[in-house]
Design a protein around this ligand. Sequence first.
Ligand SMILES: Nc1ncnc2c1ncn2[C@@H]1O[C@H](COP(=O)(O)OP(=O)(O)OP(=O)(O)O)[C@@H](O)[C@H]1O
Length: 450
Amino acid sequence: MDGRLSPALQTSSPARRNSSSSQALTVYSQAPRKKPNKILRSVKAAVKKFTNIIIFRSKGAKPKSTTPDTSSIHRRDVSYSASAPSTETNITSTSTLRHSESYGSSTSLNAQLGTFNFSIKDIHEATGKFSSKYEIGKGGFGIVYKGRFRDGSLVAIKRAKQSIYNPSLSKEFKNEVLTLSRIEHQNLVRLFGYLEHGDERILVLEYVGNGTLKDHLDGRMGNVLEMAERLDIAIDVAHAVTYLHTYTELTIIHRDIKPSNILITEKLKAKVSDFGLARLASEDPGATHISTQAKGTAGYMDPEYLRTYQLTEKSDVYSFGVLLVELVSGRHPIEQNRPAKERSTVKWAMQKLKEREAVLVMDPSVRRNPASTYAAEAMLKLARQCVAPTRQLRPSMKRCVEVLWEIRKNHRDRVASSTPRRASANFADKKQPARPQHDEDGDRHKYISV
Ligand SMILES: Nc1ncnc2c1ncn2[C@@H]1O[C@H](COP(=O)(O)OP(=O)(O)OP(=O)(O)O)[C@@H](O)[C@H]1O
């Protein structure tokens, strides 16, 4: 077995709040291939489905009918286009959109994209021929543009960079298409279409226009997420991942759950994106794991997966636990510029939880009151289970959802019961500006009330 570290495939973001290291390394290690036949079968099945269901390489091809996904929260109405101009291979797999207005993204589409067969010309028009003016992001996959089609539809257009022809990246690309196009959930970024044209590989996605969770936590969106909003976001993410684990035709393990892969709508709803690293779990219902390459982002990766290369849903649960700690603390998983005992945020937070000082883990910009400190502690307790060293000790994502619902209910009850006291100007419910208080060790981790 050999192992190696590759440079990050991640977006390079502006300087982070605490100038800590993002550690956005993507780790690749060749896994021992214990069940080659199973993997081969599953890859073959995926490729077959990919070809039959998603992509039509030749004009006039008709899709095989697909079994309706009865477990989907929303049933998909898939329409296919085979009307590409003869000079290009135009491949679309578009869906009639039924956006919930309350989710506040790509709203002007009005189900039109389902009948709008886009070509490379439309993509050029929508993006000013990939003008930097329309650029909204960059990642290992390529550049992301904000585009508007002629009918007014607002979309995110992901243009694969040329190195995508590297076979492994190409596989990643197809994997993303396959995975995304098969799922529909209000907390998952929707894939509307895919287009190949000469050297171009383009994905058209639901546009989610209010930054990533990372942007919000790092204070780049000019707002502070309060504890109730953080809790709601945690629940949205847990819903999305539960859906991937439980309700899709095959179990889908996201493998890269982290704040930069969570897009936020205007109404602060979360949508999980970036399935480039996802792999469909083994089709063998008896299989307990799949052996595969270790991929993900340092700081979020399940240590058991790194050790054994055995991927299960519980690897996502681990990453979700790290995300919960981030939501509570506002810190990145690795904070290089902090004192040694605080550099690993999860370790530090768990230690504080053990010492019954969970309140010290709370992001200093979040309001402190009985409800928010309760929620912070309860979320950390759930995180402790999620980051347990072995997968057997971790809860399922579905269980995480249930626990989070309970936390939200209790949080709301506490907010409601403290309302009269707030009316009488309870000073304890004021927002805490970040006021580091130096303790005797010179640590800057305590914050005082004002
Ligand atoms: N659907 C979308 N709507 C709005 N903005 C988006 C969308 N998708 C991506 N972005 C923006 O583009 C940035 C880069 O996107 P993304 O991370 O998905 O690219 P990638 O190449 O897949 O990245 P990675 O290196 O993590 O695989 C995001 O951080 C976000 O700001």
